[in-house]
Design a protein around this ligand. Structure first.
Ligand SMILES: Cc1cc2nc3c(=O)[nH]c(=O)nc-3n(C[C@H](O)[C@H](O)[C@H](O)COP(=O)(O)OP(=O)(O)OC[C@H]3O[C@@H](n4cnc5c(N)ncnc54)[C@H](O)[C@@H]3O)c2cc1C
Length: 500
């Protein structure tokens, strides 16, 4: 394996994977190092929206909103199968703000950045519509606007895959434990986090990028001894609950709660509804943040304020929590701290390291471009931005062609259940050909692990997408963990073990 690089990136979340893709496409030699699975940090625990963030307009963060909205359609174009348009209904609560203020806000949201694919906002009457049906009677009017939803973990994996296709080295289950500055080059020591091995590897690089999300301060301690234990970020936990589907249409709701937070209710994996999120200071094990009873009750109560159905903790099928690492801008209240990113360049003994703080999934591509400007300066190069023009693997079609392509796949593989083809196309786009190839009957898909997961998909994920175990497959390469039963999971586990 190659051991000397132009750039080594620590952290295989969306920011690290995005930087790796951008840098390798510009001809730099790149290694991306992730201590667990790709997207195992914050990047698989988001609300899964590519959005400007209506809420940030109230905080007058117009730069962030505009940049995010510009990114929204660019990302939709490069990954039109894992990113899809989503309409949001905002029911109006007379006790909050007058309708005209919301209308002005939405007009700005519509026109602050160019829109090609997404519908503009409109005021709607909710009375006796299927949209009103799940809501309490008192909501008579509302607004409809557009944003996008995203398979967050898959976006990370696709960026890493594209980086690999452009010669980047991607190392998962590998932790950076030391960074020394020797003879004008960074010498990085990594350690395998695989239980069966404690193998250490030494790698060299000219530029080091710290994209380790909530671990950013810890990584700075490893890189720059003078900044040991320095506190640059605030860790804020956000949690979601998943309940059986609350309504029969495919729009999301956004509720402006009386405490100033917004609560989303989003159709999720066909038979569920995702409700979130909370914002509370976090201390604890970053690898395993968990929802608290207080957050569970808060989300159930908040959703029950708007839906006719009372949502109780008993109905919860699944929960997840993620930790935001926000650049400490001195704000007291967690919900008011900026979601914007900050990029810091530092020199230690004439060697450059770059740290990335904060940010959103929505702005990862732009953040990567900003990092590459610094890298270019260091290498005295003037490389071109390219990531908005080239699709991610499997995304070589227009967002407008999604439905017709899906229909073609359904016809071509009519022996596979429709719901399975829909999931597969929404996960792999045209790379689905690499999984299904010329298969012409169900037997050729191999072992049926249940719920539409077959051996050929598992093999593809292990061979091409760094999947090593059941969890990698059912939580980050898919969300099949929500529906596979114990026996099915055991079968899958036994199969993966038998392959090794
Ligand atoms: C509850 C919640 C909801 C959100 N919703 C949205 C949303 O809807 N839309 C949106 O745009 N944004 C959203 N965000 C923000 C978004 O999820 C984050 O900004 C983004 O995921 C951060 O990505 P990252 O790559 O910086 O960090 P991470 O995804 O955490 O990646 C950092 C990686 O670094 C690795 N690492 C750390 N230390 C080391 C080491 N020493 N060696 C090797 N690897 C290491 C970790 O294992 C981890 O995988 C949300 C965030 C939260 C918490």
């Amino acid at each position: 394996m190659k051991t000397e690089f132009d750039i080594i990136i620590i952290g295989g979340g969306i920011n690290g994977a995005g930087i790796a893709r951008d840098a390798s496409g510009r001809g730099y030699s790149v290694a991306l190092i992730e201590m667990n699975d790709l997207a195992s940090g914050t990047s698989s625990w988001s609300t899964k929206l590519i959005h400007g963030g209506l809420r940030y307009m109230e905080q007058f963060q117009f730069r962030l909103v505009r940049e995010a909205l510009l990114e929204r359609e660019k990302l939709l174009e490069i990954a039109p199968y894992i990113i899809r348009p989503l309409k949001f209904i905002l029911p109006h609560s007379p006790s909050l703000r007058p309708t005209w203020i919301i209308q002005i806000g939405l007009v700005i949201y519509d026109y602050i950045a160019k829109r090609k694919y997404l519908a503009p906002s409109k005021k709607i009457k909710l009375n006796k519509t299927k949209i009103q049906n799940p809501l309490k009677e008192k909501f008579k009017v509302g607004f409809e606007y557009s944003d996008c939803k995203v398979e967050d973990a898959r976006l990370v994996i696709l960026n890493a895959l594209d980086a690999k296709n452009r010669s980047a080295v991607i190392l998962t289950n590998t932790k950076v434990i030391k960074a020394n500055n020797k003879n004008g080059i960074w010498e990085i020591v990594t350690k395998s986090t695989n239980k069966k091995s404690s193998k250490q590897i030494k790698l060299k690089t000219k530029v080091l990028v710290n994209a380790s999300g909530p671990w950013t301060d810890k990584t700075i301690s490893v890189i720059d001894k003078k900044r040991h234990n320095q506190k640059n970020i605030r860790l804020i936990k956000g949690s979601h609950i998943v309940v059986p589907k609350l309504y029969n249409h495919n729009k999301a709701y956004i509720f402006q709660h009386y405490d100033g937070r917004v609560i989303f209710s989003i159709p999720f994996e066909k038979i569920f509804t995702l409700i979130g999120t909370t914002d509370e200071p976090f201390e604890g094990n970053l690898c395993n943040p968990k929802i608290s009873d207080k957050e569970t009750h808060y989300l159930c109560e908040a959703a029950s304020t708007y839906f006719k159905k009372n949502i109780s903790p008993k109905e919860i099928i699944w929960t997840y929590s993620g930790v935001r690492s926000l650049f400490d801008d001195g704000k007291l209240d967690a919900k008011d701290i900026t979601r914007d990113y900050t990029i810091e360049e530092k020199i230690v003994n004439e060697l450059l390291y770059i740290s990335v703080f904060g940010g959103k999934i929505t702005t990862y591509r732009k953040l990567s471009e900003e990092v590459l400007k610094i890298v270019d300066k260091k290498f005295k190069k003037n490389t071109k931005s390219w990531t908005a023009e080239k699709s991610l693997p499997g995304g070589d079609f227009s967002p407008l062609e999604f439905n017709s392509l899906l229909e073609n796949y359904k016809k071509r593989f009519s022996f596979i259940e429709t719901g399975t083809i829909e999931r597969l196309f929404s996960s792999y786009g045209t790379n689905l050909d690499k999984i299904l190839g010329n298969k012409s009957n169900i037997k050729q898909l191999g072992i049926d692990f249940g719920k539409g997961l077959y051996e050929c998909e598992v093999d593809y994920l292990i061979k091409n997408e760094w999947a090593l175990n059941v969890s990698d497959i059912i939580w980050r390469r898919s969300k099949l963990g929500l529906i596979l039963n114990k026996a099915e999971l055991e079968r899958l586990n036994n199969y993966i073990i038998s392959r090794n």
